[in-house]
Ligand binder design. Sequence first.
Ligand code: DIG
Ligand code: MN
Ligand code: MN
Length: 387
Amino acid sequence: MGNSTYTPTPEDKFTFGLWTVGNRGADPFGAPVRDKIPPVHIVRLLAEIGAYGVNFHDDDLVPIDSPAAERDRIVAEFKQTCADTGIKVPMATVNLFYEPVFRDGAFTANDSEVRAYALQKTMRAMNLGAEFGAGVFVLWGGREGVETDACRSVPDAIKRFRDSLNYLCEYNISQGYGYKFALEAKPNEPRADIYFPTTTAYLAFIETLEHKEMVGVNPEVAHEQMPGLSMMHAVAQAWESGKLFHIDLNDQYPGRYDQDLRFGSVSVKQSFWLVKFLEDVEWDGMRHFDAHAYRTEDHEGVKDFARGCMRTYLIFKEKARRWNESAAIREILDEIAASDKDAIGRFSPDSASTLLSRTFDRQAIAKRGLKYEKLDQLTMEILLGVD
Ligand code: DIG
Ligand code: MN
Ligand code: MN
């Protein structure tokens, strides 16, 4: 029997970044509407609502330019609060996009001093995450891109990014951190065009790295849906190639700026297929919500937002169980499976000559019913609560 109360528990592995529930509601056209929440208060909030873990960029936890003593105090206090509440830190990341120094990129910047500073900042962020036992290190290249391609050649940018990743993989090995790097794609915003715009672009790039076994992807719903792509297809391809190291769950209207909306609040069917896939393959990664509350919300509304992310995930998980147990759906799936009866198998001269001499009744094959309308209607009725 599923979790019919849809109440999150740490076993669900729900995590949130400090920047998500700590988002103050500012936007390009409006000032912050919520007071800043200290990181330790966010940890207690997440524990209160049943989350498993918290993640951070370096600067989210330790403000940039903090003196060493202040850094140590912040880290000690945060560690203690995580220990007191049982909240884990599964992932760490680095902010290579907010500071003006990164206005022309970080690892791909034309200025070699910027590239060196970006490496230093990332290594220090890796050190910080390792203090909390983080196992995944996410890299989102939000500034790695252009407004005009007059500024650099794309192959130069790709080579610089590869050199930085190879360097950081070596640092990971030298420090014995055991991190898995998870590269997060986005097509645009804040740059007019961001390099490696989709998860699949990163999957191709990873194969060119010296330590490709150490590097995977962190697909984000909003970033795949902005250009109208299927998040579940990107996630399934990443998983099938053993590269789904992390995931950013949220929601997004296609064709609009990055909205980072509450999970499942827009694309009900696509979110269902995504949750069904993750649960069907029993993916053991964190269910990380990289989203934030509407600007209209106060701090209680932020809790509503975070609870809504987790509750909707659990509702879709229950719907997936209902889908898998539906006799009517199983009947159609069995008919589909019956047509998948004789795979060609691997090439051999004999199989090739047999295949070349085989006859096909193209018209008869084309007339076979597929019942996808009925299958999808049954799916919709589960989602709509009819069944
Ligand atoms: C934005 O979607 C990015 C940054 O918030 C962060 O670097 C990454 C971590 O999930 N997502
Ligand atoms: Mn986003
Ligand atoms: Mn993200």
